[in-house]
Design a protein around this ligand. Structure first.
Ligand SMILES: Cc1cc2nc3c(=O)[nH]c(=O)nc-3n(C[C@H](O)[C@H](O)[C@H](O)COP(=O)(O)OP(=O)(O)OC[C@H]3O[C@@H](n4cnc5c(N)ncnc54)[C@H](O)[C@@H]3O)c2cc1C
Length: 447
């Protein structure tokens, strides 16, 4: 436990911005007490922590990487969507605030949401991922969130009215006590550490290393010749399955798009350091194969990597078994759950070995996110937000997208803050109070 005097002494010795004393001290203090601990500062965790802190909870984030944003930033999938459905906004709040700020500060342009898109992706909002990470960090610090990068939990145990989490990082090993714990690891790591049930498919969706190539003029290339060379490369093994994931589409289309989000890494799994290492190695090996192949094509000798992320982005690992499971039927029928705390909007979007064929929702349908799907079955003082929401596989293929994860994060942060204040477990917090807090912080809540 950090005593106030000790906190001020530590604060006096370092300069880490304009934070209240106890917060600055806690970032490298041996042991500490907080109201809300968020594990995983990714797409959902960033928003959960800002919301909890803005609602007055002492909030800390333990993130094993170097920055906020997770798949949105480190994974390079800087295409948050979908905030709009059927010509109206259905997800707003803190995620939207950060996205809008990132667009503005990058002199970007919002899509035109007033007309139906030909493809759903036209209503995603392209952002500068690294700018988004910086803005997310600024918003966290502004709200008083303690950020602990390069740190991860070693053990979790129930303790009194909350939790005791032992963490380790470079030069730090400590116990963090919290009243409410939010698992935003993208793979329900905390739920797994607690030995609670998690769901996983025998074969999960492939991941993708985000990159793009430049250095050639696709309009001057001979598409037929390129296709012949591509088919040959697949047979002789210089290119492998997944290097270009749109199997039915000619390779010239890969070149026209620079290869962005056009590769699949089969078996990519972020569950452990070992599987993450394998996913990154496989992703980079694929990029090298593609680069060497493209440079061998007529007219492409100057091809180069214009952009390449440092990690393979992973689509699917574990989902929780929650108090309620969102099914595909719930999703495509737009079921309004009685404890809905936000919306989700996306086609059913399952990637497999043959690529992806999104199934759009019928006009007017806007699915909802029930609070109980963020609560592991039988748990107390524990919430999960992000792609590991309790859902069947097909519902999950839509729920996992970034605007939905941000809405879940905000709902989890608001619920955890209220639960911590009341000394209650999340499902004992009146749903009306959660919704009122969410609305106060700009979220759109069904009903
Ligand atoms: C290739 C690809 C393309 C996609 N395309 C789109 C798209 O176009 N638009 C869209 O909206 N969505 C898209 N998605 C989906 C979406 O990006 C993700 O599902 C979503 O970002 C997941 O958010 P999350 O918060 O659950 O996890 P993440 O954003 O992955 O965050 C998890 C965080 O937890 C941290 N972490 C993990 N384990 C631990 C641990 N044990 N201790 C501490 N920290 C930990 C990680 O470092 C990470 O920061 C795509 C996904 C992929 C992979």
């Amino acid at each position: 436990m950090i005593k106030r005097r000790e906190a001020l002494r530590v604060v006096g010795a370092v300069s880490v911005g304009a934070l209240p004393g106890w917060l600055r001290a806690a970032s490298d203090a041996p042991d500490c007490d907080v109201d809300v601990l968020v594990v995983g500062g990714g797409t959902a965790g960033t928003i959960a922590s800002i919301q909890a802190a803005r609602a007055g909870a002492k909030t800390m984030v333990v993130e094993m990487g170097s920055q906020l944003g997770g798949t949105t930033t480190v994974g390079g999938v800087a295409l948050p969507g979908l905030f709009h459905a059927w010509e109206r906004q259905v997800i707003a709040g803190i995620g939207w605030e950060l996205v809008a700020r990132a667009v503005e500060l990058d002199s970007g342009k919002m899509p035109d949401f007033s007309t139906p898109p030909q493809r759903h992706s036209q209503h995603q909002v392209p952002v500068n991922g690294q700018l988004y990470a910086a803005l997310a960090e600024e918003a966290c610090l502004g709200a008083g969130v303690v950020l602990c990068y390069y740190e991860m939990p070693l053990s979790v145990r129930a303790s009194g009215d909350g939790w005791e989490i032992e963490t380790a990082g470079k030069g730090v090993r400590r116990k963090i006590r919290c009243r409410q714990l939010i698992d935003c690891t993208g793979g329900a790591d905390i739920v797994g550490m607690l030995g609670m049930p998690r769901l996983r498919e025998a074969e999960t969706q492939p991941g993708t290393l985000m990159f793009s190539f430049s250095g050639y003029d696709a309009s001057k290339l001979n598409a037929d010749e390129i296709e012949e060379r591509y088919q040959h490369a697949r047979v002789d093994g210089s290119l492998k399955d997944g290097d270009y994931c749109a199997a039915d589409s000619p390779f010239i289309n890969f070149l026209r798009g620079g290869g962005s989000n056009a590769q699949h890494v089969f078996g990519a799994d972020s569950s452990t350091s070992a599987t993450k290492t394998q996913a990154n190695i496989a992703g980079r090996a694929s990029v090298l194969r593609l680069l060497r192949f493209i440079r061998s094509l007529p007219g492409c000798a100057g091809a180069r990597i214009a952009r390449m992320q440092q990690e393979t982005a992973v689509r699917e690992t574990y989902r929780i078994a929650g108090e309620v499971q969102v099914t595909q039927e719930d999703y495509v029928s737009g079921r309004v759950f009685e404890d809905a705390v936000g919306h989700s909007f996306y086609p059913i979007d399952l990637h497999d070995r043959s690529g992806v064929k999104p199934q759009p929702l019928q006009r007017g349908i806007v699915p909802t996110i029930p609070l109980r799907a963020l609560v592991p079955k039988g748990s107390r003082n524990l919430l999960v937000a992000g792609r590991s929401i309790s859902s069947d596989r097909l519902a999950n293929s839509a729920l996992r997208v970034q605007a939905s994860c941000m809405a879940m994060g905000q709902a989890a942060g608001a619920t955890a803050a209220l639960a911590a204040r009341k000394g209650a477990t999340p499902l004992d917090v009146p749903i009306g109070e959660i919704r009122a807090l969410l609305r106060k912080h700009g979220a759109i809540v069904p009903g």
